[in-house]
Design a protein around this ligand. Structure first.
Ligand SMILES: Nc1ncnc2c1ncn2[C@@H]1O[C@H](COP(=O)(O)OP(=O)(O)OP(=O)(O)O)[C@@H](O)[C@H]1O
Ligand SMILES: [Mg+2]
Length: 353
């Protein structure tokens, strides 16, 4: 459904005159660099990485909300974003974006009813049936019909996120980009929201790009995981493989740092320390080499490209980790669907002893 190739997003960090005065040759940062990924219909790709790694920028770029410097976005078989081409409105017409900040991303002058009705109108829903459908959707996402006359600023964060899900249900999108949809919610509400997203996906067969900081949720909710560091994807693969056997030292460190309930379990020796470098001063060679306990001289000289550093492996590292990272299955906060045949259960059953 979605195919992203070599996408790059550059932000100007200062005006050209100021850069000239300051003698700065390159007043740009690459917030997203050489990113390639694909999401098949009905599947979920989890995007994980530290704050500032470029997750939201990538999501916005795919929707055409942030200008891309190079690369292509192919949606439903058609290339709609490419150098000199921007037909991103066709992506937005068939997609739903749940922004990181749920309240300010909803149009402030529209009441909840109109926000959802707008999505139904896009699908040419018969005018006389819109009100009943809005109420049905509100009840599906666990919101009382009385909320239909509220403005976004009168909603709590959790309620605003549910309105986002109701809009997604109304749109029946082919793609949903959910940017930290569970951030700041109570654990029980997080679980409900994930169930709702899962239900939308089952109903519509849409592809889902799920941006999160929660590794446990990422590992159990997603089919594939992509790990981002300083704007690049450093590892991508099936969620179970990445969570248990992450090969990139950064990804390995992330998953190893998760709490694990078994004291007999030996901890990995990769621990993430040090500051994330500034995008304005990207280190030469591998972006991670300044923090990597396994770094060799080559890592400071050459950039390890995904799929090339180690032929055939989807990891951007010359010296990938080969041990298991002991990802903990205990911190599971959702039962993904009501029938009990969730990905969560599947993967929990698969977690090795
Ligand atoms: N409009 C902009 N102009 C300049 N720099 C920007 C802009 N938007 C984002 N950035 C920079 O791009 C980088 C990536 O930001 P982004 O919001 O994508 O990170 P993120 O991974 O979503 O972080 P978080 O987990 O905190 O949400 C950051 O260094 C940020 O400061
Ligand atoms: Mg973000």
């Amino acid at each position: 459904m979605l195919d992203v190739k070599d996408l790059r997003v550059r932000f100007r960090t200062m005006g050209s005159l100021r850069a000239l005065v300051k003698g700065k040759k390159d007043p740009f940062i690459d917030a997203v660099l050489n990113v390639s990924l694909s999401i098949a219909p009905g599947t979920t790709l989890g995007l994980v990485g530290e704050s500032g790694s470029g997750k939201s920028t990538l999501g916005r770029a795919i929707m055409g909300l942030t200008k891309t410097a190079s690369g292509t976005v192919t949606f439903d078989g058609r290339t709609l974003i490419a150098p000199g081409l921007d037909r991103s409105q066709e992506i937005r017409a068939h997609s739903a974006m749940m922004f990181q900040d749920p309240i300010s991303s909803l149009s402030p002058r529209l009441r909840v009813r109109s926000l959802i009705a707008e999505a139904l109108k896009i699908r040419n829903w018969p005018a006389g049936k819109i009100d009943a459908e809005v109420d049905r959707l509100l009840s599906t996402v666990g919101l009382p019909a009385s909320l239909r006359s509220r403005y976004p600023h009168q909603l709590s964060g959790g309620q605003a996120r549910r309105v986002g899900v109701a809009r997604a249900l109304a749109l029946q999108p082919k793609l949903i980009i959910a940017d930290e949809p569970t951030a700041g919610l109570d654990v029980s509400v997080q679980g409900e929201l994930l169930n709702l997203l899962h239900r939308v996906q089952q109903d519509t067969g849409c592809a889902l790009l799920f941006i999160t900081h929660n590794l446990s949720v990422a590992q159990h909710f997603c089919d594939q995981l992509a790990i981002m560091y300083l704007g690049r994807i450093v590892e991508i693969g099936s969620a179970a493989d990445v969570a248990r056997h992450a090969q990139h030292p950064y990804a390995h460190g992330l998953f190893s740092a998760q709490p694990y309930p078994d004291p007999r379990r030996r901890r990995t020796d990769i621990q993430l320390t040090g500051e994330v470098p500034s995008l304005a001063q990207r280190p030469g060679g591998c972006d991670f080499h300044t923090r990597c306990p396994k770094a060799q001289p080559r890592c400071g000289r050459e950039i390890p490209l995904l799929g090339q550093a180690v032929p055939g492996a989807d990891v951007a590292c010359f010296y990938p980790e080969t041990t298991a990272c002991h990802a903990a299955p205990q911190d599971v906060i959702m039962a993904v669907n009501d029938e009990g045949s969730s990905r969560d259960d599947r993967s929990r059953g698969e977690v090795e002893a």
